[in-house]
Design a protein around this ligand. Structure first.
Ligand code: C2E
Ligand code: MG
Ligand code: MG
Ligand code: MG
Length: 289
């Protein structure tokens, strides 16, 4: 049986007895203390222009270093934080931390922060929270991009639109994340003031097997080009995927091919120079010096 040993400490789970429910309840309790105990950390993943190897933007991605369970991915604990309402506090911390970290980068590199739909549902408070993060860090609004998913757009359309427009007026970029999953429709691009669309990695990884996926992507590339919305390809792991993206004129690439999400200190060094994988140098006939 899993028992708590007082604050923040958890006995190793007994696999036979710990149900999914028990695990969740325990993680819920532990997450309460995680922020105060410095167990939450942001990693940063570069988004690269493959023509130059230069980093355009870095996405902040949450990690939880659990004292006994090790690293817990955001796909597990973000839903828990949303369920308990803790996502507001965590989300504000993410905003301030990411903006402050970006102050250590070249000023032409932006920072992208994921927003939970729930943070958005707090109404206009989100505008204050974002403005506060910019003021406290000193980061220019044009260097911040907020990533939201289509779930934000489904209800309260008018309030959502008003908030997005307010954020755009401040100079902040708004990205539609995970495009190509769920019900994401090109109509959203007409109805909401997005500056960027991010193609989901499942979509990228489907390209090779599915000519339909490739055809849809071609359409998205043309539409975003016509609307002057930037397009980012996520989850690019292979050169064939990169080549296809580039053939469509997509020149903002995020994926393991260029870099995994990195710790802040390591990232600062990596983005200070072009990220050019060795295969690219070989292919272009250049040599590593
Ligand atoms: P996302 O915003 O779509 O982030 C991209 C995810 O793709 C990240 O997963 C990243 O590590 C992963 N990824 C990037 N390139 C590759 C690749 O080439 N191959 C593969 N297999 N994966 C790649 P991660 O870090 O596990 O985050 C998962 C999701 O958790 C994020 O998806 C985002 O929705 C959420 N999340 C992360 N940080 C935060 C946060 O601070 N706040 C909120 N609300 N959600 C967050
Ligand atoms: Mg994202
Ligand atoms: Mg995504
Ligand atoms: Mg996602």
């Amino acid at each position: 049986e899993a028992k708590r040993l007082g604050r923040g400490q958890v006995v190793a789970y007994s696999p036979a007895l710990s149900s999914e429910y028990e695990k969740r309840v325990m993680l819920e309790k532990d997450l309460q203390a995680a922020l105060d105990n410095d167990e939450l950390e942001l990693r940063y993943q570069p988004i690269v222009d493959p023509r130059s190897g230069r980093t355009i933007c870095c996405e902040a991605l949450l990690r939880w270093q659990h004292p006994t369970l090790g690293e817990i991915p955001p796909s597990v604990f973000v839903p828990i934080a949303e369920g308990t309402g803790m996502i507001s506090r965590i989300g504000s911390w993410v905003l301030v931390s990411a903006c402050a970290e970006a102050m250590h980068w070249s000023p032409d590199i932006k920072v992208a922060v994921n927003l939970s739909p729930l943070q958005f549902k707090q109404g206009h408070d989100i505008v204050d929270i974002v403005t506060d993060a910019l003021l406290r860090s000193g980061l220019a609004a044009r260097r911040l991009e907020l990533e939201i998913t289509e779930t934000v757009l489904i209800d309260d359309t008018e309030q959502t639109l008003a908030i997005l427009e307010e954020l755009r007026e401040i100079g902040i970029g708004i990205s539609l994340d995970d495009f190509g999953t769920g019900f994401a429709s090109l109509a959203y691009l007409n109805d909401f003031p997005f500056s960027k669309v991010k193609i989901d990695r499942k979509f990228t990884q489907n390209l090779e097997q599915s000519t339909r996926t490739a055809a849809i992507l071609k359409g998205i590339a043309q539409t975003t080009k016509d609307l002057q919305i930037e397009l980012v390809a996520e989850g690019v792991e292979k050169t064939v995927q990169l080549d296809y993206m580039r053939s469509l004129g997509i020149n903002a690439i995020q994926g393991y091919l260029f870099s995994r999400p990195l710790r802040a200190t390591r990232l600062r060094r990596v983005i200070a120079k072009p990220i050019i994988p060795s295969w690219s140098l070989e292919r272009s006939g250049r040599t590593v010096t």
